[in-house]
Design a protein around this ligand. Structure first.
Ligand code: CMP
Length: 140
């Protein structure tokens, strides 16, 4: 399997509860390497643009206001099959459906406050990484 890069966001519910290190440990234990990382405060415009594909969904406004409610940690994870592996480590969107040992099973509060975001395809990963990082900031 090819080495890939994917975008991860540690969401406000997790940063607020001081869980950043525990979440990163899950990625590292799964063999994913953090090749870029920064803690930022998203603006409403930035969060709205990042989640533009969900604009028509009933939860869009709630999603955007949640994502700006506290700082987030945006990261680029690298590894073999990193896009699928990250999604496996995160677990299902709804923590009630997430498998044991996953980040969302252990830490998420609800479908919305679900602790992490991960790119869902190679195209999304390329777009989402470029949204937050310049090439110079990726140091594998
Ligand atoms: P994420 O992987 O960041 O991509 C879109 C997000 O929308 C998703 O994780 C959830 O946090 C959020 N989401 C999906 N369904 C719902 C829902 N029913 N209510 C609130 N937020 C949701």
């Amino acid at each position: 399997m090819a080495t890939e890069r994917t975008l991860s966001i540690i969401k406000p519910d997790a940063t607020k509860r001081n869980l950043t290190g525990k979440v990163v440990a899950k990625f590292e234990e799964a063999g994913l390497r953090v090749v870029a990382s920064k803690r930022i405060q998203l603006s409403t415009a930035q969060a709205g643009e990042f989640y533009a594909e969900h604009k028509e969904r009933p939860f869009y406004a709630e999603l955007v206001s949640f994502m700006v409610s506290e700082p987030v940690v945006v990261q680029v994870l690298e590894g073999e099959g990193a896009i699928a592996k990250n999604r496996e480590v995160m677990g299902a969107t709804d923590p009630a459906q997430a498998a044991d040992g996953t980040i969302r099973k252990e830490f998420a509060l609800s479908k919305g406050e679900n602790s992490v975001h991960g790119s869902d395809s190679p195209e999304a990963a390329a777009r989402e990484i470029a949204f937050f990082f310049s090439g110079l900031e990726l140091v594998g």
